[in-house]
Design a protein around this ligand. Structure first.
Ligand code: KG4
Ligand code: ZN
Length: 349
């Protein structure tokens, strides 16, 4: 018997719905919220409201595009955690209503597990066990994935996420939100070795980006003359602006290069510690061309088998939620209609 799942993702600022049949994605509709651009970051209240506007047309489009009848659905999946609570609630309530109306089971999905499993959508897909570096606006993790639902977090950020580091660096440069893709674009024309930012000394497989961010801030306040805090910065506002205007590609290439080296340094260490050489990327930051290039080169150098999901499955999407829900369906891992979404969630819950 074939298994058809409808899933909804609404953890942050993307409203998405997808249908998957027997692990194959039939549709993946995404409505991006542009309302946040003007505020320099996602505004939770506005995100919740925008999900309310988008959810009906997005689910409708996903079902139509998949060419399935509602009665063919075996279950309804939704992102249960982690995320913005007002955003999660919209997707959760909608999924519950559909499950109730159709008389089908409900499946709660952990958003970060789903990012890892996005790699299974690709062809060829990684074999188990594999390592995954998940880098997004809210998370940075190295995960050991032993089977679809058996995962272990080996390391994660103790402060900012990688995407946050990109976005904050962009904000300091006066670039609009989300700044990650803009840094990437300018970096492609710049010299990554021109400016040096410190590599944090964090034990184990954990990450930290706050020190790099702070040194980047002082570097610009000093118009490139020093990385350290001075009571009296070494440059006037006009000099800073001029310094940025004259050196933007090199500044972007240098900060991108440091963020990428922090990520890949720990990933290499994870491979050494586990001996696992199937290695994947996931999350929105895996769109970064500097990261992709360095990751693939590192794979060739160290004889890893490397995988990066298609861009549509790197950023937030319901296809990865549907695929994870499919694996949970096979284990009859359902939640009741009174299941509540949670903003934070440990990996095992
Ligand atoms: O996974 P995602 O779409 O949403 C979250 O779950 O956070 O990731 C969004 C993050 C943002 O911080 C954005 O700036 C970053 O991914 N990002 C990039 C690039 N494209 C997206 N960062 C660097 N370079 C890119 N090309
Ligand atoms: Zn995400």
């Amino acid at each position: 018997m074939s298994v058809t799942i409808l899933a909804i993702e609404s953890s942050c600022d993307e409203t998405s719905a997808a249908v998957c049949r027997d692990g194959i994605i039939l549709s993946n509709e995404i409505a991006t919220q542009i309302v946040h651009e003007q505020y320099g970051g996602v505004v939770p209240e506005l995100a919740g409201r925008a999900h309310m506007e988008h959810i009906v047309p997005v689910v409708d489009a996903a079902i139509k595009k998949a060419g399935v009848d509602l009665q063919e659905l075996n279950a309804v999946g939704f992102t249960q955690a982690p995320g913005l609570i007002g955003s999660l609630l919209v997707g959760a309530q909608f999924a519950k209503s559909m499950a109730l109306a159709l008389g089908r089971p409900l499946i709660g999905v952990h958003h970060m597990q789903a990012h890892v499993l996005a790699n299974l959508i690709g062809d060829p897909a990684p074999e188990f066990p594999f390592l995954c570096l998940t880098v997004s606006g809210g998370h940075t993790q190295i995960v050991l994935c032993k089977s679809p639902l058996d995962m272990q977090v080996l390391g994660e950020t103790i402060d900012d996420a990688a995407g946050e580091a990109f976005d904050k660096a962009a904000k300091i440069l006066g670039l609009p939100y989300p700044g990650g893709p803009l840094i990437d674009r300018y970096a492609s024309q710049g010299n990554p070795d021109r400016f040096q930012f410190p590599e944090p000394q964090i034990p184990d497989l954990n990450f930290s980006f706050s020190g790099v961010k702070t040194s980047f801030l002082y570097f610009l306040k000093n118009a490139g003359k020093s990385l350290v805090y001075k009571e009296q910065f070494l440059a006037s506002e006009a000099e800073r602006q001029q310094f940025i205007a004259d050196n933007l590609p090199d500044i972007c290439a240098s900060i991108q290069s440091r963020i990428v080296s922090i990520l890949l340094h720990k990933l290499k260490k994870a491979v050494q510690l586990t001996g696992v050489k199937q290695v994947c990327l996931a999350g929105g930051v895996s769109a970064n061309s500097g990261l992709r290039k360095a990751f693939l080169e590192m794979g060739v150098r160290h004889h890893w088998k490397t995988y990066i999901p298609d861009f549509a499955y790197c950023t937030d999407n319901a296809a990865m939620i549907a695929l994870t829900a499919y694996h949970k369906y096979l284990k009859q891992d359902f939640v009741s209609l009174d299941a509540v979404p949670t903003a934070r969630s440990s990996w095992d819950s």
